[in-house]
Design a protein around this ligand. Sequence first.
Ligand code: SDX
Length: 394
Amino acid sequence: KSGYITYDEGYGNTGSCESSITFINGEKGILRYRGYPIEQLAESSTFIEAAYLIIYGELPQRRQMTEFSGRVLRNARIDVGMHRIFEGFPHSSHPMAMLSAMLNSLGCYYPEMATNNRERDLECFDEAASLLLSKVRTLAAMSYRMKSGLPFVYPKHSMGYCQNFLHMLFSEPYHDYVPHDDVVKALDLILLLHADHEQNCSTSTVRMVASGGANLFASVSAGVCALWGPLHGGANMAVVSMLQKIHESGDDGSRFIEAAKRGEARLMGFGHRVYKNYDPRARILGEICEKVFAALNKKNPLLDIARRLEEKALNDSYFVDRKLYPNVDFYSGIILEAIGIPLDMFTVIFSIGRMPGWIANWKEIAEGTGRIHRPRQIYIGKNKRDYIMMKDRA
Ligand code: SDX
């Protein structure tokens, strides 16, 4: 294909890289973090525990979990100087633009963790990793408050990771937002399911930037930029917009499916470069939708439309022949919308979820061979030709 490159990550021109973090079998729809099936982690683990597993390679023992959670909790607040950076953004700024900038600025506030000297940056890794996991959530909530013209809400030491995030998003000076337990659990599960996913576009970006010796904050900031693309992290927003348009048009989904088959529309949340079977994350999220809507005592026409689209597509040869199945984004957006997360914050939530994976991949590169990535290319441009002076040109 024109422009195709072979990926030389210091393992020769193998076209791939080696990692021990996440295993995917796209044909069978298998996803494992450090060998543990995603279904078991979704059932029994939490986002912070899964983050520890992905970053350090083993399920934490009791003491390790206490220390790790303590570091995350202790790092929830941000330097007051960063408030002033936020105040410099126009209110119309996209949260992903703010998040990427603010994550990179952590290197200015914690320069000892961002020396771009691999050995020194690795010495601070435990603190930097917990700081990043904690502050990405605070920065995300602040970007929402800033855009909404609302005062910032400080994190509370009495709250867990997701409850604190919802508190920082939605509490007001006169009353604390107290979410339903099932809403907190649904958000925790969404983050867990997004925590890593092998060499997707944004994770490969983090590895590329890290391979040059760049610090953790700069590398994940680049990952946020890559995730912002509508074909990658922006898809969950596109799914809800697609469902809203279908709902408003009075279509039951049939017209939209036909338009997609004619190439006039894309069934967002469907298809995947690796999964040629049902994305296991979509299956899990599809199952918890009913629980979230019951907890919120809500009926959601978008969920009914999503179910109909899925049913039609899975029984239509256009999609079946192309092995197009629901991916993680098909149901995640519907749940986020139901728990009150605004559309332009969906990809920010994805960034919070993917942070453990980015951190773990940065660590793998920093501890690895130290070779810079230098993808090769197949040149398809002009052959050698001589310069023509301006006077001799038309
Ligand atoms: C994520 O890499 C990761 O792991 C990513 C991710 C992660 O966790 O990091 O899983 C997260 O990015 C999930 C994907 C989210 N994006 C979307 O839902 C956007 C909609 N999906 C498509 O754009 C597409 O399926 C991709 C980008 C996801 C995958 O594209 P591919 O593998 O490059 O497939 P393709 O574009 O080559 O399409 C193959 C055929 C084409 O038809 P033909 O040319 O053979 O006639 O399938 C068609 C495409 O037109 N097709 C679709 C379709 N996706 C592919 N047709 C309708 N609707 C779709 N969604």
